[in-house]
Design a protein around this ligand. Structure first.
Ligand SMILES: [Cu+2]
Length: 755
């Protein structure tokens, strides 16, 4: 009996254990499936960017003067240009440095006058045209030429495109961005042979080399610059390949190549840089290395598997991990889209992506009145520091790599929320010589910020009995966001154009992506140029200054506006309640800025002020001119001496706010040619204001510069984070309305206690 009871007991126990194990296995299997599904989600969503059809208007979109070029139009323009025998253009894959080939095709807006006549006076749709930028290497004096091609579609003619803002004469050959026909020649004639000569040094120093390298390859990054005006030098910098975050694995190995002219046989090595030493030739380096006159450094291999540059999850995923919260739109979307035109509550605007400079909003209206003709991203610069030539001279002009064309597919549900609409980026790709489409490159969504636009609880201070409050008021903060994220080599810039319900529009940019480190002596303890992220490999994350320029072409109740600063100063006056006592306080003084030079404003901490664009002929009910205020808490002093060499290439950064008279030719501060020729730039902002025109009651454009000093630290590894790195400019109505315009919003709530 006893043994039978024991047996029964064991059976029951085993059964319980088996059931428990079965439950545990089932639960684990379900969790594992979820984890696998989650980890696969990234991949699935990547694929989605290719296969999911993007937004299409429910009907054929209305043609707009702001439409950018379609794939078919780009190809039509390209083929038209190929058919002009006098241009003798060849496809990029057949081109050499001494060929004529197309670099860029982008739409050009008609003059503002024509556009406004069309929009406001029902004139017919102005003729659309495009600018075609060609590298004319075949000429005896090679040059860059820009052509205006028209009409679109059904192209039938072209003329030379002359922009009087740009420096006179042809666009200098040395100022062009680098392209494959040139870099391939440099690789074949110089980089390859030099690296072959240096093979023993490279192998001994890095364990990485250039030829037949399989898993231990050096790859080179090219950037066209010059040492002085008119010069063209290619900076060629070595990195360890096939590593996540390869930006974080630079080598102290660079070539400077003189590539002036159009004859690659005359390209020559200016200098070779290796582990803090400069040489004229590879042979010179080899001799110095072999005779021991330079230090023989030996770096190990990066660890196998994920390195510090890898973004893969560290550690185990928590078993009880739960999904992120999501927003919902209970009654569906509150905006409509027709082509590139958006209507959202009281807002209406057109958006477009310009190849060189990126995001633009045109004809921006609030409550049926135009507030701005244009709000655009204008230029991006990053000024690096460092001991090495690359860090020292790396003043990067992102527009020279076409900011707009770098708007790649967004990751659905991550880069933009689930409720977003997506739009494609269609552009001419200089690398392949044809139209390229990046799906889902822009997104548009409404977003509840959870920060009320306004709220108040009115407390009953004049009665001791109930009710304790008189009313509660809340206007929720929900905004429309237009987002695009260009990836420019290492950095990703998240651009948001934000439309608040109270007539406030905001442009924001947040920096993320990889920081770009350079090298520093591995044995040294400290560096004035940043923080080590990898001492063993002598890799230093260098300090740098991000600078952004935005364009605000405000048209407040028409084009004729003026620019005032409302200066806040200190006064010391008698207190009427205590005669004989003095009292300090602030006061405001409206200062009319009459000319373009008076309208160059550098931010000074001791001189707080409002920046105001207003219309002196349109008043609100109190009698104040209707205006908009430009506000930013993201100003940053650009420290380089004014007019010093490369500083000429981004002279807009001298001023935090500059207001100039509108000119069609002064469409942006950036230039394709800024990187290669910053010293005597093709386009110089100084020219916008040097004629010092009268700006009182004129059509005005405000150029606003923001900046971010960045001293990278270990937490910038692997990918630098956005909190604290988002900059913004706010356009806010200023005496434009008679009261807060959201008082008409049905989103608001007023609660009064019942009697
Ligand atoms: Cu940075």
């Amino acid at each position: 009996m006893k043994s039978s009871g024991l047996w029964k007991g064991c059976t029951v126990l085993l059964s319980i254990v088996s059931i428990a194990l079965l439950i545990a296995v089932t639960v684990l299997t379900i969790q594992l499936k979820e984890l696998v599904a989650e980890s696969a989600r990234g991949k699935t969503q990547q694929e989605e960017t290719k296969v999911v059809s993007t937004y299409k208007s429910p009907t054929t979109p209305t043609k707009s003067v702001f439409d950018t070029l379609t794939e078919e139009e780009i190809i039509e323009i390209r083929n038209f240009m190929f058919n002009q025998p006098e241009l003798n253009l060849v496809p990029i894959d057949q081109a050499t440095v001494s060929s004529n080939y197309i670099y860029l095709i982008e739409s050009v807006l008609p003059s503002k006058k024509d556009v406004l006549e069309h929009l406001d006076s029902d004139h017919t749709l102005p003729v659309r045209s495009a600018r075609v930028t060609c590298f004319m290497g075949e000429k005896t004096t090679p040059r860059v030429e820009e052509f205006l091609v028209f009409p679109i579609p059904k192209v039938s003619g072209y003329t030379r495109y002359i922009n009087p803002v740009q420096r006179p004469g042809p666009i200098p050959w040395n100022s062009r961005p680098d392209t494959d026909p040139e870099t391939n020649e440099i690789d074949k004639r110089l980089v390859g042979p030099v690296m072959l000569t240096l093979y023993p040094v490279l192998k001994a120093t890095y364990g990485y080399w250039y030829h037949n390298c399989t898993d231990r390859c050096i790859f080179f990054v090219y950037a066209a610059k010059g040492l002085v005006a008119g010069d063209r030098q290619m900076y060629v910098r070595g990195f360890r390949a096939k590593l996540d975050g390869y930006y974080l694995w630079p080598m102290s190995l660079a070539l400077l190549v003189n590539c002036n002219g159009n004859d690659p046989s005359k390209f020559k090595l200016t200098k070779l840089y290796y582990e803090e030493n400069s040489f004229h030739t590879a042979q010179e380096l080899l001799i110095a290395y072999n005779n021991g006159s330079i230090k023989k450094r030996v770096y190990g291999y990066p660890p196998t598997g994920p390195t510090y540059g890898s973004p893969d999850l560290r550690g185990e995923r928590e078993a009880n991990w739960k999904k992120l919260p999501k927003q919902t739109e209970p009654d569906g979307r509150r905006f409509t889209v027709d082509g590139q035109k958006v209507k959202y509550l009281d807002w209406e605007f057109n958006f477009r992506l310009r190849a060189v400079t990126g995001l633009q909003v045109m004809d921006m209206r609030y409550k049926d009145e135009r507030i701005a003709y244009e709000v655009s991203m204008a230029d991006i610069i990053v000024l690096y520091s460092g001991k090495e030539p690359e860090g020292l001279q790396a003043n990067l002009h992102d527009a020279s790599w076409s900011i707009g064309a770098r708007h790649r597919p967004l990751l659905r549900g991550y880069d933009c929320p689930d409720n977003a609409l997506y739009f494609n980026n269609t552009f001419f790709d200089s690398g392949t010589g044809t139209a390229q489409v990046f799906h889902d490159a822009l997104c548009l969504f409404e977003h509840n910020t959870a920060l009320p636009i306004s709220r108040h609880t009115s407390v009953n201070f004049y009665g001791s009995d109930n009710p304790k409050y008189l009313y509660k008021y809340n206007m929720p903060g929900s905004v429309m966001i237009l987002r695009g994220i260009p990836t420019l080599w290492n950095y990703d810039y998240i651009f948001d154009f934000v439309f608040h319900p109270n007539g406030v529009m905001e442009t924001r940019v947040a920096a993320t992506g990889y920081v770009q480190p350079w090298n520093w002596s591995p044995g040294e303890a400290e560096s004035p140029y940043g923080n080590f992220i990898n001492r063993e490999f002598g890799i230093l994350a260098n300090l740098h200054h991000h600078l952004f320029n935005f364009k605000f072409d405000l048209d407040i109740r028409g084009q004729l506006n003026r620019f005032e600063t409302w200066d806040i100063t200190l006064e010391n006056r008698t207190n009427p309640l205590a005669p004989g006592k003095r009292w300090y306080q602030t006061k405001m003084n409206r200062t009319l800025r009459k000319t373009e030079k008076e309208a160059l404003v550098s931010y000074i901490f001791e001189e707080p002020k409002y920046y105001v664009i207003c219309n002196q002929k349109a008043y609100n009910s109190v009698g104040y001119p209707k205006g908009y205020r430009i506000f930013s808490n993201s100003f940053s002093k650009q420290l380089l001496p004014e007019g010093w060499q490369a500083e000429n290439g981004f002279s807009w950064s001298r001023y935090q706010v500059a207001v100039t008279k509108f000119k069609d030719n002064e469409d942006t501060t950036a230039s394709l040619y800024g990187q290669a020729e910053p010293y005597c730039p093709v386009r110089k902002f100084e020219k916008f204001y040097s004629d010092n025109e009268n700006i009182v009651d004129r059509d005005l454009v405000a150029w606003v510069s923001l900046g971010l000093q960045h001293i990278p630290v270990m937490e910038d590894i692997p990918v630098t984070t956005t909190p604290g790195k988002q900059l913004s400019v706010v356009l806010a109505p200023l005496n434009y309305f008679d009261e807060d315009p959201t008082l008409t919003s049905q989103d608001a709530i007023v609660i009064r206690p019942e009697d």
